[in-house]
Design a protein around this ligand. Sequence first.
Ligand code: PEP
Ligand code: MG
Length: 883
Amino acid sequence: MESRKYAYLFAEGNSKMRELLGGKGANLAEMTDIGLPVPPGLTITTKACNSYYEEGRNFPQGMEEQLKEAIKDVEQKTGKEFGSQNNPLLLSVRSGSVVSMPGMMDTILNLGLTDETIKGLAQSTNDQRFAYDCYRRFIQMFSDVVMGVEHYQFESILEEYKMKREVKFDYELTADDLKELVEDYKVLVKRNTGRTFPQKPIEQLEMAIKAVFDSWNNHRARVYRKINNIPDHLGTAVNVQSMVFGNMGNDCGTGVAFTRNPSTGENLLYGEYLINAQGEDVVAGIRTPEPIASLEQDMPHVYQQFVDICNKLESHYRDMQDIEFTIEGGKLYMLQTRSGKRTAAAAVKIAYDMVDEGVITKEEAIMRIDPLQIDQLLHRRIDPEAKLTVIAKGLPASPGAASGKVIFDANKAEELGKAGEKVLLVRTETTPDDIHGIVIAQGILTSRGGMTSHAAVVARGMGKPCVCGCEAVKIDYKEKVLTIGDKVIKEGEMLSIDGSAGNVVDGNVPMIDPELSSEFLQILQWADEKRELNIRANADTPNDATKAREFGAEGIGLCRTEHMFMAQERLPIVQDMILAENQTERQEALDKLLPMQQDDFYGILKSMAGLPVTIRLLDPPLHEFLPSSEDLITEITKLKITESDLELLAEKEKLLKQVRVISEFNPMLGHRGCRLGVTFPEVYAMQARAILQAVADLRAEGVEVYPEIMIPLVIHREELKRLKQLVLDVAAQVEQERGITLTFTVGTMIEMPRACVTADEIAQEAQFFSFGTNDLTQTTFGFSRDDAEGKFLHHYVDQGIIENNPFAVLDRDGVGKLMKTAVKLGREAKPDLKMGICGEHGGDPSSIEFCQQLGLNYVSCSPFRIPIARLAAAQAAINNKDQ
Ligand code: PEP
Ligand code: MG
């Protein structure tokens, strides 16, 4: 049987082969193709990784032969020989998945060094010290990543040597010291693993490839995939590349750069490098590196060549690039390029600028921005008016501000975070093993590392504020305190950071809401030109309505009137209404509520002048307005003991009795929504009157209003028919009293499965449908929305039974099917029936895409999500057009 092709030389691939070669491999191939200086190498495919797992963690047939053949080619191109005692070829082995997973997988450098080949390296470089330094680094890395000997054990031996020799830095150890050290390292490996350190280069290579394949399933890679929704089946490719050395002297170095600023988007080369350093030193954040601009002084030729290459790469890929490079003996080599991760602010600025520069189209700009990521721009920052005590300054690694309890350990951060505490993760530096703590923290503060350190990269991707390289912060993990000068902050105390300025601020700080940049507003306008869905807001107050309008809402899709009943001064009247023993008593309470409600509607309709406003009549079960029986019992017990106020005691006892009568086993499925309208028509009549009188007043003032009266929780055509009639009767009265004709519509929420499947009948009575997907999800799943998320839903998601929390991301297969039925039936009955969604899903990009596919007219979401919805709706329209 002919085997598949598992090994591709860089010269054989290109950037379109991501699936097979992984992102890094595909781009190394592309850079080779466009003639950039890339050290020769090859990529083992993601298919090989998948086959490796299918075959019980064995290489697929034919892979090893192909690998050896490819190595021959690399030998030829470099003029070096793998395993040679004279001029040995050394390799790096790196993982490279289809979707970039920064810092998640292990890398091995200097592979191919053995007791024999080390002589060749020393000879060919004429540098014993350098050669042995490479060897000791290799043994350390390889033994850690491949053979499972922990890093710190090597570090302790290294420390011992430094102490013995009375030196401070690694580079002060001599070649002879390192030679001896290498022997000690080998003994350590033998003692820990029971085997000698492998002395055959090809064996080392195969072990390393296996280790990369295995790292696809290590804990931190799995966590990262889960957080970022990266499918497990993709597998990783392995890139095997000839080594170039950034640590061979002061004409060498290594660095990382972005073609534009990944934090702000500014069109300026941005990055860092270290002279005389190897591989991961820059990203690992061990030494604090130099800004890229200094390279112009250090090595002007190399800098100019680097700038040219950056420009070439950016125009080739038509996107901001994240680049790794090494300089060996004054010669520049490119080790990686990929689309750079960026903050939301940078994403917006870069997309806008690139349209301006004529590089991409407006449509591409819209598609380049992740709607969920722009949530960052809608987040808070420190109030500029606030008096701050800045106690330290670090690097502004990821924008936004955060306050939280100082916590030094990722596990503890996770624990407290899950318990609802706001925590600030403070560490000397973070590693991929801290990822669970970073996810939950409000922000990250590190004392070491640069703008491209692990903490910085991960925080930016997640949109978390981060200050790093804040060297004034001294952390004592043992005593659980940090000190900044004389100031001592204990674990658990409050601290704030400003990731945009790099400031560390004492205590808690006041924050303010964000303003949108002009570039962002422009892109939103482009989005508005493309989208087909209207965007409305869920808002219950004139304030929220005004905010929503500022963000671009085109109406209110849901005004929940019950929130108006909760206000302190109204609650007693609402309670009187509920507990009224007869119609007269109830009417008295309603008469008091009427002007208040009328005022509310007046305010909201006015702030939304010219736009539609959907007002929903009372929805929740009545007990929500009453004290709980537990509280009442406690009060009664106290009153009985003190015998202080017998009248009050009698009143409370009566109230308890009434609360018990009203109480339901399952109030969410009980006496709520339009069922209240059926049993207490006078409540709905009061609300209808309040709305219509407000409309009449505004009309008299010349304000244009478009009220839509919405009946919740309908399950049957007959319910809607009667309640609509009730509204129409009130309208007729108001019209007569005011001598005007009112314009308004009456429609219904579609939020019960029965409503979906009888939508054709319900449509006969409705002028619009609004999908209440919160209740529809609850009733379709049979999950109580108040309990499921806190109690068991995460197990379903963790175990992969369902992909997402259905209360956050619309369940297309279940709830979605019911919606589809309702849309079809509804439109069959009334072809131009207006339909929208007002459940929480109205602000979720994936759900918005589904609403586009269903052909709804609008989505409605909370005011702060309006920009997200505008962008997501444009993307949905563009994607829909492509299909
Ligand atoms: C819904 O059920 O989706 C809805 C919008 O109504 P509420 O959340 O108020 O029940
Ligand atoms: Mg509902």
